[in-house]
Design a protein around this ligand. Structure first.
Ligand SMILES: [Zn+2]
Ligand SMILES: [Zn+2]
Length: 186
């Protein structure tokens, strides 16, 4: 069974979301999730002019942390992420690679002046993790509205899509022989 190493990155108070996230992701893509106890220091990826962290740099640095037996490495960050051409990103992944990173920062209702909603936050985080890991299995963005591989620019878009793959994305995963009971269609 392959291992997905889940690496906390400056999660702060959101750290207590990680054990339920591990539970919610168990056996996704047939991977066993291992929560790394120590946090990853993202300082090298910090851009002081933007006050955000460069997700591409984080991916490169996360790969250095990988043990040879890790099938995938996933950073879960409490801080805001960006790539140079965009104001922010919810996450980024290596297409057909091993590393992915997601940010909790813009998934939290409180950022939008709404009351805290932990179940919603966990649901959004789970969708984004599945989406980014989908990229590591070579899936591109999908135009099926409910498919988890639909690209989301705003947090509302994450709420509109499901946590499942559409038939076409699912067929691609099956052709690539990606295992796991949670690889299921919408
Ligand atoms: Zn994407
Ligand atoms: Zn799809």
């Amino acid at each position: 069974m392959g291992i997905l190493r889940l690496v906390p990155i400056l999660c702060g108070d959101a750290r207590d979301l990680l054990p339920p996230l591990v539970e919610a992701l168990d056996n996704l893509f047939g991977l066993q999730i291992e929560l790394q106890p120590h946090s990853f220091d993202p300082e090298i990826a910090f851009d002081s002019s933007r006050g955000q962290y460069n997700s591409r740099v984080l991916l490169t640095e996360l790969l250095r942390e990988t043990d040879p037996e890790d099938t995938r490495i996933l950073g879960v960050a409490g801080v805001d992420l960006f790539i140079p051409v965009l104001t922010y990103v919810f996450g980024e992944a290596q297409l057909d690679g091993r590393a992915a990173v997601v940010s909790i920062h813009r998934l939290d209702s409180q950022l939008y002046g709404l009351p805290p909603n932990r179940p919603l936050l966990l649901q959004r985080l789970r969708k984004e993790v599945i989406h980014e890991l989908g990229h590591t299995y070579n899936l591109l963005h999908c135009h099926q509205h409910r498919c988890v591989m639909m690209s989301s620019t705003y947090v509302e878009g994450i709420d509109l899509k499901s946590d499942r793959f559409c038939d076409r994305c699912l067929a691609q995963l099956r052709r690539a022989k990606v295992p796991g009971r949670d690889v299921a269609g919408a």
